[in-house]
Design a protein around this ligand. Sequence first.
Ligand SMILES: Nc1ncnc2c1ncn2[C@@H]1O[C@H](COP(=O)(O)OP(=O)(O)O)[C@@H](O)[C@H]1O
Ligand SMILES: [Mg+2]
Length: 290
Amino acid sequence: MGGARVLEYGIPYKRLPSQERFHKSGARFKGFSGPVGSGKSQALCQEAIKLSTLNKGRTGLIGAPTYPMLRDATIPALLEVLERSQIPYEFNRGENHLVFKGSRSKILFRAVEEFERLRGSNLAWFGVDELTYTSEDAWLRLEGRLRDPQATRLCGFGVWTPKGYDWVYERFVAKQIEGYETILAQPFENRFLLDQIPDYYERLRHSYDARFYEQEVLGSYLHMKVGRVYHAFDRAGNVGDSTAPWLKEMMITDGKDFESTVGFALDQFCLIGYELPFPQSTRRAVRVHR
Ligand SMILES: Nc1ncnc2c1ncn2[C@@H]1O[C@H](COP(=O)(O)OP(=O)(O)O)[C@@H](O)[C@H]1O
Ligand SMILES: [Mg+2]
């Protein structure tokens, strides 16, 4: 559990329960799925430092879907941990890599589009932030690079917020692939965040629609796109009952007492059937335009 303690790597880090399970997993490929703010990037940085320490003098890689995400979120989070822990390093901005002064272990920082150019390099480990925004091809390319013969602990891992039933869900959650293990963080688990911003998730609940809240804040896997172009589109709220006219049409074709009319609007048309006779008080024009 996340009691106060200092890791052997010299880093003060009280692990949250899911972070603890993630770090402890000895799987060759492992994943950490969780809501926004559940400590995924933090877990990624801590795991990266741990693997750099275990694989002394070897090279690992931290990846992200885009270079700006790497530059503005993932790298600063890692440097912040290193500064706080007073771990000496050299950061080469031009080459986008970091070398630990003590162990000479190296971390390459690469955006997904650069993975292709890794040809020939052997990695001891790799970790990808926001994996659901990358392609399975990119992940498989990294898997192919995980073959440093001098590595002590080969490991590839990813952290992500669920994004429906995509390739990440298939590979890490649905299928029980040999050598894979996935930890699902719980909603509201990150007490460090909630201590600082108690209404963080409450505010998101007001800004997000219900399904997006379920995905981003509760960390649930949902059908976000399948079946509807836009998941927030609510048939009941946005259009009238579409089945009734067609049920009525069926009754017309069955020869029931119906009068039908077809309405055109731009490239759409609608067939409406009215039961006859109209109630006494009903005028035809009113019914047609209703
Ligand atoms: N074990 C922890 N101890 C202290 N702070 C943490 C811990 N895990 C995460 N945090 C902090 O909580 C915030 C959200 O964590 P982050 O890793 O960015 O979440 P995510 O990547 O899941 O959105 C950050 O400020 C991070 O530093
Ligand atoms: Mg993050």
